[in-house]
Design a binder for this molecule. Sequence first.
Ligand code: GDP
Ligand code: ZN
Length: 363
Amino acid sequence: MSLETLGWGPDFDLALSQSQPSSTPSLVPGRVVRQQRGLLTVQTQGAAFLARAAGRLRHQAVDAEALPTVGDWVLLQPPASGDGEALMHVVLPRRSVLKRREAGSEHDGQLIAANVDVVFLVVGLDGNFNARRIERALTVAWNSGATPVVILSKADLASDADERVREVEALAPGVDVLAVSARTGLGVEAVRARIPAAKTGVLLGSSGVGKSTLANRLLDAARLVTQPVRPEDDKGRHTTTHRELFVLEHGGLIIDGPGMRELGLLGGEDEGLASAFADLFTLAEGCRFNDCGHQAEPGCAVMAAVQAGTLSEERRASFAKLQREQAFQHRQADANAQRQHKRMQRTQSNAGWARTRAKRRGE
Ligand code: GDP
Ligand code: ZN
């Protein structure tokens, strides 16, 4: 796999010539294509390696943000033996960096991805979109160094999609706004066109706006294409805990994974929301049912507080909504995990069959 296929550009040539330490001339460039918990996989021109940061890189790092993340270009020393770990010595200067901002936390933020060219902000046309929220999200995207593109999703559900495209265009001059339906395929080509060969995109947006559905549509044909990116000894590739860079069929790249879609990615707003309801989460522990919807359930501690006049009805309603959204998210995560488990089993049994057949043929 060539470095260009992975998104290498002339800007990195320059960075490379300036970053290659003279003391260790054997370093090779590669891109971090996968992150599973602390474990990184780096794809170089020749091979993919599991990799970790060399001691010096770790010690010189002023904070966690200086350490490699998915999408980063690094210079590494390949392992001496076939199955060892590569050592990353240098992180090349980033074109852009996306991080999760943690509201009220002492951390600067957790790195999500680097060298992203296009941030797709996905907003559902089925809901009421909030103009201020879009503006804020656009600011975050521009600040990351990437170019934002707004996707108004579920266009098949809106009769006024064109009108709303113009509305968002008006509030975001110079930003492309696309009406897209992952269900009918409308606008999906336009999404692909925004990440031409060697350009890297990510999908961001609140839960339920259709990111997974769109990602699956973009990725389906890509699974095979990225096969060589994976290290051979990699067995856990269908778990839900990793972020990964995929090469799409048309050559564009997309970084995807649960971390990319989490609440709060766009500035800690949703996390802030959750913390604004901290007292109600505590109160709800007193509800009789674990899955209480705080509407009409018997023994609901939240309703009781409304009746007692210590909690406003609006706050109860917002809280119930937030919990519904979270429950929905968890159910979806579970369903995904199950699907992936099944797929893995299938792959494994296919491999088993191939072995059995080969044995019968005396191979
Ligand atoms: P995510 O949380 O942003 O990843 O959203 P999902 O992709 O899980 O979608 C949330 C819900 O919206 C699911 O029930 C999808 O079937 C539905 N959905 C996603 N894309 C579309 C679309 O283009 N049209 C319609 N009508 N529904 C969609
Ligand atoms: Zn309740």
